[in-house]
Design a protein around this ligand. Structure first.
Ligand SMILES: NC(=O)c1ccc[n+]([C@@H]2O[C@H](COP(=O)([O-])OP(=O)(O)OC[C@H]3O[C@@H](n4cnc5c(N)ncnc54)[C@H](O)[C@@H]3O)[C@@H](O)[C@H]2O)c1
Length: 331
């Protein structure tokens, strides 16, 4: 299939672009490179297949879809920093909502009717039950989560009215890097648990900050459901094959197993051969104590089965790339 991957120079998008390429799809990437890295794609994507453009440039997006006869879009492009979304909601609503609506307009005019959308566990807010099923009440507690939830609703309306096939995948905490070491995670600023822990080992002057160790969890630190980025990519490939016109599907993507922040730090310490320097900081507003996915729906309907569900694989593949690329893709 000819597939356009928006945000394909970013962390999850690049892993997905690589997997699609390996499975024989014709991959095009559209990325503003505001947060992505052209270098991530250099090993497998011909340079002309990376279109440097913004979602808001609707005519360019439409032209790219038509010129390359794109059949489906995997839409990763968004801003994804929860804290930043609180102080700059304008930026998030513009990009994640207006940007996605612009993409949808371009798709409609170009006659592209298949879309896989990157959604998030942040649509649920504070969980009322764990593991969290898809029909759990949605009460996002930050602008980032609200932009994703509102786009899910807009996508459902588009699917019904324009006969589009849409799948929204709600990732829990993406972690790990390509197991063969070809791709990594390079965010600035970095806010994710595993790379922050690895960086704390590599730069001992900057300890890892544990946001609260007095939560009502067994070791007092927050619990998260980490899911390997390559397993997320696999779910996109499965979703793409299963999309049906006029239908909107929503699936959680997590392993259904929670790991506490301290357990993650211990795992990083094991693989690094030395402990992660860490300090306890106050809790952050809006952080749920426990976030764990019920992913039985995607397993049953799409046959998704994570290949790297264990913490050591996620941490080990992250360590492999991050420790050999201390300056990220600038190395
Ligand atoms: N990383 C996670 O744990 C996680 C969890 C849940 C959901 N998500 C979602 O998954 C998607 C990918 O996340 P990521 O961690 O890979 O982020 P990322 O920042 O690494 O990648 C996003 C990419 O999109 C590009 N981009 C952003 N706005 C754009 C625009 N207007 N036009 C063109 N390109 C644009 C950026 O340059 C970047 O390359 C996002 O939609 C995010 O909300 C991520």
């Amino acid at each position: 299939m000819r597939v356009l991957v928006t945000g394909g120079a970013g962390y999850i998008g690049s892993h997905c672009a690589l997997l699609l390429h390996e499975r024989g799809h014709e991959v095009w990437v559209l990325d503003s490179l505001e947060n992505g890295h052209a270098k991530a794609l250099a090993g497998f994507l011909p340079p002309e297949r990376l279109i440097r453009a913004d979602l808001a440039e609707q005519h360019r997006v439409e032209h790219a879809l038509m010129a390359h006869r794109v059949e489906a879009v995997l839409h990763f492009a968004a801003f994804a920093l929860v804290g930043e979304s609180v102080i700059r909601p304008d930026k998030y609503w513009n990009n994640n909502v207006a940007g996605t609506l612009s993409l949808l307009g371009a798709m409609r005019r170009a006659g592209v009717g298949r879309l896989v959308f990157s959604s998030t566990a942040a649509v649920y807010g504070e969980p009322q039950q764990v593991p969290i099923p898809e029909n759990h009440p949605k009460a996002p507690c930050n602008p980032y989560g609200r932009t994703k939830l509102v786009m899910e609703e807009a996508l459902a309306d588009h699917a019904a009215a324009f006969d589009m096939g849409v799948t929204a995948l709600r990732y829990f905490n993406a972690a790990g890097c390509d197991p063969e070491g070809r791709l990594g995670e390079d965010h600035e600023p970095e806010t994710h648990l595993v790379p922050l822990a690895v960086r704390a080992v590599l730069n001992p002057g900057k300890p890892f900050r544990i946001f609260g160790d007095d939560w009502s969890t067994p070791d007092g630190t927050c619990i998260r459901d980490l899911v390997h980025v390559t397993d997320l990519a696999e779910a996109h490939v499965l979703a793409l094959d299963a999309i049906r016109p006029g239908t909107m599907r929503r699936y959680n993507l997590g392993n259904g197993e929670g790991h506490s922040v301290r357990q993650v730090l211990d795992a990083v310490g094991r693989v690094a051969g030395r402990p992660v320097p860490a300090e306890v900081a106050p809790r952050r507003a809006g952080d749920p104590a426990v976030l764990v996915a019920d992913s039985s729906l995607v397993r049953a309907e799409l046959g998704w089965k994570p290949r790297y569900p264990d913490l050591d694989s996620m941490v080990g593949t992250a360590w492999k790339w991050l420790s050999t690329h201390p300056r990220g893709y600038a190395n």
